[in-house]
Ligand binder design. Structure first.
Ligand SMILES: Cc1cc2nc3c(=O)[nH]c(=O)nc-3n(C[C@H](O)[C@H](O)[C@H](O)COP(=O)(O)OP(=O)(O)OC[C@H]3O[C@@H](n4cnc5c(N)ncnc54)[C@H](O)[C@@H]3O)c2cc1C
Length: 283
């Protein structure tokens, strides 16, 4: 590992100022579960590492009429247990509980997970389906990035090197919405998903769909939305026909990467199967 300078700011302003001094040769460290592996393998070789653990305000989890706000330094474990998260969406709490093992969940943060941008991770899929927005800040500016625009490629987000992810904001769910998260784990329970599906569907008093979001993980270089599948559901009841049509459209929206977890063809087929299961559960 390349020797590096370790800095631990006490305040957010101090952290942003340190990052602004040399953004291209500095990386921030949250839980360290991804970054330390990348540094040991010399896939990244920062001259300076900024530890964020003293920035307690970035751990806050808050809910209100406008929705739910999750601080970037909240760990997956704390989010899985948080009553505010469970009250907002049990599917979101279940998503955090589905990350890795207890050891990783108690150390790794949602912010580190999002910025690491491995397309097989769990939280980005459900956050995308819940219309999440990332709030980022540099010394010079703050900006809001909808999740649809956040993930650029495998291990790449649209965050600039001088920006810190501060929090994720989730709007209140539409009236009558139900959500689910399905992680397909054919190998071991602590694995990354072979494919994963998050679905959020609201229906009116007549049972007709008024809102549909279907997001897929492990199904392309970034977490994806199945827009055609979503559109196909709106105005219809969730029945055998609408569900199988939407599942086929979701599979068609994928662009999976073949790896040890399966061929691209297999993952595409599984994306359809698990979308169908998610929609049947919601129905
Ligand atoms: C054995 C193992 C199993 C795993 N299994 C799963 C799984 O099943 N599902 C899943 O979803 N994930 C899984 N993961 C990934 C894990 O969730 C991520 O490693 C973790 O969430 C990253 O968070 P961290 O706090 O450790 O980030 P770090 O390792 O500290 O940082 C990761 C990256 O994010 C950047 N970063 C961190 N915080 C910020 C911030 N606030 N602003 C800007 N940049 C930031 C860092 O500079 C670095 O580039 C697994 C990881 C391991 C090691």
């Amino acid at each position: 590992m390349r020797p590096f300078e370790y800095l631990e700011p006490e305040t957010l302003d101090e952290a942003l100022a340190l990052l602004a001094e040399d953004p291209d040769d500095t990386l921030v460290l949250a839980g360290g579960t991804s970054l330390v592996i990348l540094m040991k393998q010399e896939l990244v070789r920062p001259a300076r590492v900024i530890g964020l653990r003293k920035l307690a305000q970035l751990r806050a989890i808050r809910s209100g009429d406008a929705g739910l706000t999750i601080g970037a330094l909240a760990t997956h474990g704390s989010l899985a247990r948080a009553s505010d998260v469970n009250a907002f969406s049990p599917a979101l709490a279940a998503t955090f509980a589905a990350v890795a093992t207890v050891r990783i969940r108690e150390q790794a943060t949602v912010g580190g997970n999002i910025v690491h941008a491995d397309p097989s991770q769990d939280p980005p899929v459900t956050l995308l389906a819940l219309d999440a927005t990332a709030v980022a800040m540099s010394k010079a500016r703050a900006r809001r990035i909808p999740f649809d625009e956040l993930f650029v490629d495998v291990f790449e987000t649209s965050l600039e090197p001088d920006e810190l992810l501060l929090r994720v904001e989730l709007p209140a769910l539409p009236v009558g919405a139900r959500a689910t998260y399905k992680k397909f784990l054919p190998n071991t329970l602590d694995d990354y998903a072979t494919v994963a599906v998050a679905a959020v569907v609201a229906t009116d008093a007549d049972g007709r769909c008024t809102h549909a979001r279907i997001a897929l993980g492990g199904a392309g270089p970034v977490p994806l939305r199945a827009h055609d599948a979503e559109r196909s559901l709106v105005g219809r009841r969730l029945d055998d026909r609408s569900i199988t049509e939407a599942a086929a459209l979701a599979a068609a929206a994928t662009d999976p990467i073949a790896d040890l977890r399966g061929s691209a063809r297999y993952k595409r087929a599984m994306a359809g199967v698990w979308t169908e299961r998610a929609l049947r559960e919601i129905a």
